[in-house]
Design a protein around this ligand. Structure first.
Ligand code: PEP
Ligand code: MG
Length: 904
């Protein structure tokens, strides 16, 4: 018989954190806490393997599973001294989800399972608290009908007609009639009446009685939690986070403890350190007389855990430290035990029942990039972790947030604060207001930021939150689901801005006497929790000393180089500040982009449209000083570091003039009529320009183009050498497919080299000659290419295009479907397709080095700054990766991770 059920409680457990794959994070950590001797209510875990089998079997309980569940219950009953379903002394349990990796709020939970018309009386006798028991019962009916009877049955009610909303309305109407403003004002008899009304409504809406049998409730809840693995929210979250569908969720069935038993009871959520900043302060929120769902659902404004957590927003609420000092001390001790045991910042959930503390959950806490970095450095300093652990504690993509903008403090000084809320996710963001998750997804584009404005934080909004530049809510606390998720993504987020009055139907936001509609712009300062009207200036935060300290440690373990793709002295300087060790790709044709460059662009076009050698030569001569100056500026900015200058690779159609005014100007400059120019433009038209007359092919047809560029590179270098500088140019030939292309080109370059040295009376320039590998044939013939090339650089944009046969400019039309239908796992233009394109890379590295063992090899396609691709490049033995300036720190950290992982 397979083991499906694992018990814990009474300082013992049948599993530990090492069993996380089968017990899920929540279950494994409960076992771990039990073993540590912490006060954990007893329970049992049904494994993730069982979830997969259960779902495969169409949602049926096997006999084995049923048997083991009963044994699990016996274990809990014996520790608790109560019996599930007992009329006199009933045990109630909770059923919670828990995957291998935390998916906050994405799956379901059912609490108070086991309350029936019979057990209710026993519980009232036992607790002497009728109000509490009926409050627990109305919560069970609400949760169970929503999660088990509606969602798990696949019923999709119309907006606003879900069973939960309908039950909430009944309660709301009663409160309104009685002039109550809080749930806690509803008395015992009223709750009893509400429960009856609820059950009638459930029958009316869902056509089924609310189950009055404890075992039926338990099985229904377990099944619903398993099924919630395939709920809409969970699926979207998995897609975003890259969590495999096969993992499945475990179910933890645990004895209930109650935070809502009166003023001596409470519930709370805490982080062992501040998850937004990383500050080493116990950080959390609690609610007296409440159940856990009240804190995370953001229904009531939570109280601060301790005095140090107080801020303008919650100053008026009592801290746990003051209200229950003994319990707070006990909790603080647990905080220390957990940090020392896990050697990490932990996120915990606790309940206080009648002045007794219980731990309900602990897991490694989600945190912002800033917090990750600060916590890793602090724990290193305190000797809790070593350097390699410190480096691997920060995920490369988290650095993005540290490099990204914050609201300019100067702009803030002159702006009026529109509203204040809790600073749930740091950094700054501005954008157009949207009111629903769908609108955020629909309207957000790379050019158009949106801010998702919601009444309260709900995990249903996960896709919209992802699409939005920032998130703003009127209700909820720092530990609400949306705040957790936003922080995990390093997204700017403000929650609990109480002054917002949101009308979703009318798509209108009112703050005091101001009204905003969809599309109006606001700015968020997520670090301070401040909202501003309009768009405020942003500044970047690259001068971060702790980041520098951290990167210096990471660099100690990195063995692969990191360069940048840059085409201007300005970009080169930024990249150098971010730690680039040279340029891996200088795209010469980029000199001609941009509005200030009319004259050089005119000359380039003139060159392209010249029909004869002499005219072309004249245009090239005019172009030469400009090309030389640009190259010189970049070589100077990168003094002492290698600069890979790729010869012109312009897809011709992008550079020929199209509007009439330009055509007339060319006609005049080339002394021909307009018609002739149009004819030449037509002659240049290609049916497939990406595979047309571009790259090295241009230089083969017109050697004078290669000659001019070589002269510009060498003269710029000689002038710099004369100024005492140390230029290190590397000339790279694009779009090659045969070694003979390299031979022909090298001959031209060698000749210009000799001539230039003579002209400047210099003995040598330290330069290299190499090729892009971006056509599959070049990769397949790498051994031959290496006979001439001193280095390779993988152009994985074109290599991907040509290997897949996907036009790199047109994948938008179909790639989404490929990903949705799981034909491809990820976009190969963002992350290297290791299975296919990867084979060509590995083959070319191996065979290139058979010819030249010291062949220097890098990558300069867009994937060069993406962590998984960097890891792959490391495994293939590349010497460096090259990426855009802002990704340089991410690539550095990824390369350090790869080296540390390989060593381990
Ligand atoms: C490439 O093809 O990967 C490359 C770096 O060159 P480009 O993007 O300029 O074609
Ligand atoms: Mg290319």
């Amino acid at each position: 018989m397979s083991k499906y059920v694992f018990c814990f409680g009474n300082k013992q457990a049948e599993g530990a954190i090492s069993d996380v794959n089968i017990l899920g994070g929540k279950g494994a950590n409960l076992c771990e806490m039990a073993i540590l001797g912490l006060p954990v209510p007893p329970g049992f875990i049904i494994s993730t393997e069982c979830c997969n089998e259960f779902l495969k079997a169409g949602g049926k309980f096997s006999d084995d599973l049923e048997k083991q569940i009963l044994q699990g219950l016996k274990h809990v009953e014996s520790i608790m001294g109560a019996r599930f379903g007992s009329v006199d002394n009933p045990l109630l349990v909770s059923c919670r989800s828990g995957a291998r990796k935390s998916m906050p709020g994405m799956m379901e939970t059912v609490l108070n399972v086991g309350l029936t018309s019979e057990t209710i009386n026993g519980l009232i006798k036992k607790t002497k608290n009728k109000r509490f028991v009926y409050d627990a019962y109305r919560r069970l009916i609400m949760m169970y009908s929503d999660v088990v009877m509606e969602k798990a049955e696949g019923i999709e009610p119309q907006e606003g007609l879900g069973i939960r909303v309908q039950l909430e309305k009944i309660m709301h109407d009663l409160k309104k009639k009685k002039y109550y403003s809080h749930d806690t004002e509803v008395n015992a008899d009223e709750l009893e009446y509400l429960c009856e009304k609820f059950k009638e409504k459930v029958k009316e809406v869902l056509n089924k009685e609310f189950p009055d049998d404890p075992m039926e409730q338990l099985k229904g809840s377990i099944a619903a939690v398993f099924k919630s693995w395939n709920g809409k929210r969970a699926i979207s979250y998995r897609k975003i986070e890259g969590i495999p569908d096969e993992w499945g969720t475990a179910v933890t069935v645990q004895s209930m403890v109650f935070g809502n038993m009166g003023d001596n009871s409470a519930t709370g959520v805490a982080f062992t350190r501040n998850p937004a900043t990383g500050e080493n302060l116990f950080y959390g929120e609690w609610l007296p007389n409440a159940q856990g769902e009240d804190v995370v659902a953001g229904i009531r404004t939570p109280y601060p855990l301790n005095e140090a957590n107080k801020s303008d927003h919650n100053d008026y609420l009592t801290s746990l430290e003051v209200r229950m000092p003994g319990i707070y001390r006990e909790l603080n001790d647990i905080r220390n035990i957990l940090e020392i045991h896990y050697k990490d910042m932990m996120d915990i959930e606790f309940t206080i029942q009648d002045a007794r503390l219980y731990m309900l959950q602990c897991r490694v806490g989600k945190r912002t990039g800033t917090a990750s970095l600060n916590i890793a450095l602090d724990m290193l300093k305190d000797g809790l972790i070593d350097e390699t652990t410190c480096v691997t504690r920060v995920m490369p993509n988290q650095l993005d947030e540290l490099l990204h903008p914050v609201v300019d403090p100067e702009a803030e000084k002159n702006a009026n604060v529109l509203a204040k809320g809790l600073p749930a996710g740091p950094g700054g963001a501005y954008g157009k207001i949207v009111f629903t998750s769908d609108d955020a997804v629909r309207l957000a584009t790379p050019q158009r930021n949106v801010i998702l404005v919601r009444e309260e934080t709900s995990p249903e909004d996960v896709e919209g939150m992802r699409a939005a530049a920032g998130i703003l809510t009127a209700r909820g606390g720092m530990t609400s689901h949306a705040a957790l998720v936003a922080r995990g993504w390093g997204k700017c987020c403000i929650v609990g801005a109480g002054a917002l009055k949101i009308d979703v139907e009318a798509k209108r936001l009112k703050v005091e006497n101001k009204t905003f509609k969809e599309g109006d712009i606001i700015t968020l300062n997520g670090t301070k929790g401040l909202v501003y009207e309009g768009m405020l200036n942003m500044i970047d935060s690259s001068e971060n000393l702790r980041l520098k300290e951290f990167m210096a440690i990471a660099d100690k373990y990195r063995t692969m180089g990191v360069r940048t793709n840059a085409d201007t002295p300005e970009d080169s300087k930024i990249a150098r500040q971010f730690g680039a060790e040279g340029i891996g790709l200088f795209r010469t044709e980029h000199m001609f982009y941009g509005t200030k460059l009319e004259e050089p662009l005119f000359l380039l076009r003139k060159m392209i449209l010249s029909p004869s050698y002499f005219e072309r030569k004249e245009a090239l001569d005019e172009l030469f000083p400009f090309v030389k100056d640009e190259i010189k500026g970049t070589l100077e900015a990168m003094d002492g570091l290698p600069v890979t200058i790729r010869l012109l690779d312009p897809p011709l159609h992008e550079f020929v003039p199209h509007n009439r005014e330009h055509v007339v100007r060319f006609a005049k400059a080339l002394h021909v009529d307009e018609k002739e120019i149009r004819r030449r433009i037509e002659d240049l038209e290609e049916s497939n320009p990406m595979m047309g007359h571009r790259g090295v092919r241009l230089g083969i047809s017109y050697p004078e183009i290669t000659e001019m560029q070589a002269k510009a590179i060498f003269e710029a270098s000689c002038e710099l050498i004369k100024q005492g500088k140390n230029p290190l140019p590397e000339i790279m030939i694009p779009v090659t497919c045969d070694v003979n292309e390299l031979k022909v080109t090298k001959k031209i370059i060698d000749q210009v080299y000799e001539e230039t040295l003579k002209k400047f009376s210099l003995p040598k320039i330290e330069y290299k000659f190499g090729t892009m590998i971006e056509i599959p044939r070049a990769a397949l013939l790498a051994n031959k290419m290496a006979e001439i090339a001193e280095f390779f650089s993988f152009g994985t944009n074109d290599l991907t295009q040509m290997t897949f046969g996907f036009s790199r400019d047109d994948t938008g039309n179909f790639l989404g479907e490929y990903l949705d239908k799981k034909i491809l796992e990820s976009d190969p233009f963002q992350t290297i397709d290791q299975e296919g394109v990867g084979q060509l890379i590995a083959y070319a590295v191996e065979n290139g080095r058979k010819t030249k063992p010291n062949l220097k090899i890098g990558i300069c396609g867009e994937q060069g700054g993406e962590p998984k691709s960097v890891d792959f490049c490391y495994k293939c033995g590349l010497n460096y990766v090259s990426c855009s300036p802002y990704r340089v720190p991410i690539a550095r950290l990824s390369a350090a991770h790869a080296a540390i992982k390989a060593k381990k």
